[in-house]
Write a new protein. Structure first.
Length: 236
């Protein structure tokens, strides 16, 4: 199926496009809200600024896709493959992404507020801010997620659930630019998380819960632990 046929079917009221081979398809700046692409092959597709709100991408393969500015608000994306995809500026507010594969994805300026990323793989992801917005993971569920080696500098993670998450060698510190935003981990839950050798330089962890977290070798220069619970249960 090509882009023209897909759009014609959508305009005729069809919303089910599951299990299709749509490799390298180009669908730019169109409205496909509520469409079902579950288990479809969308590798290397170009879907920039397209609206997929409340759509279904369960077990779909979007590896190496260009998804900058796409809207996935409240979409179902369990076990979706987004490895090496460019999601710069995309919106995943309240989206469901449990066990999603985001390894090496570009997530600069993505809005994941209130999204469910439990047990997702975010190894070596790039979550640095864009020129006009920070990556937003406020209140996101990242329980058991793997963010090892991820660049989360300047990201907003306030009240996120990172219980048991792997953040080994993750970069959560402030960038070297004097005007660079600090990584906000206010009231984040990091119980039992692996922060070994992570860079938390200048990060804000006010009121964070780090009980049982592993901070072996972590860089904690100018880190703000005001009101936080430390790994041994004490408070600074």
């Amino acid at each position: 199926m090509d882009a023209r046929e897909l759009l014609a079917r959508y305009r005729a009221g069809d919303r089910v496009f599951s299990g299709l081979r749509l490799l390298e398809i180009e669908l730019l700046q169109v409205d496909l809200s509520g469409a079902d692409f579950s288990a479809s092959d969308l590798r290397q597709s170009r879907l920039g600024r397209t609206h997929f709100a409340k759509g279904n991408f369960t077990q779909a393969d979007l590896s190496e896709a260009l998804l900058w500015g796409a809207n996935f608000t409240a979409a179902e994306c369990a076990q979706v493959q987004l490895r090496d995809a460019d999601l710069s500026g995309a919106v995943f507010v309240q989206a469901q992404l449990p066990q999603a594969n985001l390894i090496k994805a570009i997530l600069c300026g993505v809005n994941f507020q209130d999204a469910n990323l439990a047990q997702a793989w975010l190894i070596e992801t790039d979550c640095r801010p864009t020129s006009d917005q920070q990556t937003n993971l406020r209140r996101a569920n990242l329980q058991g997620a793997n963010l090892s080696y991820a660049d989360l500098s300047g990201a907003q993670l306030a009240q996120a659930d990172l219980r048991g998450a792997k953040l080994c060698r993750a970069h959560l510190g402030q960038n070297f630019r004097p005007d660079a935003p600090k990584t906000d981990l206010t009231e984040v839950n990091l119980q039992g998380a692996d922060l070994s050798y992570a860079d938390l330089t200048g990060a804000i962890l006010r009121g964070a819960n780090l009980r049982g977290a592993d901070l072996t070798g972590a860089t904690l220069h100018n880190t703000d632990f005001t009101g936080a619970i430390l790994p041994d249960g004490s408070q600074p």
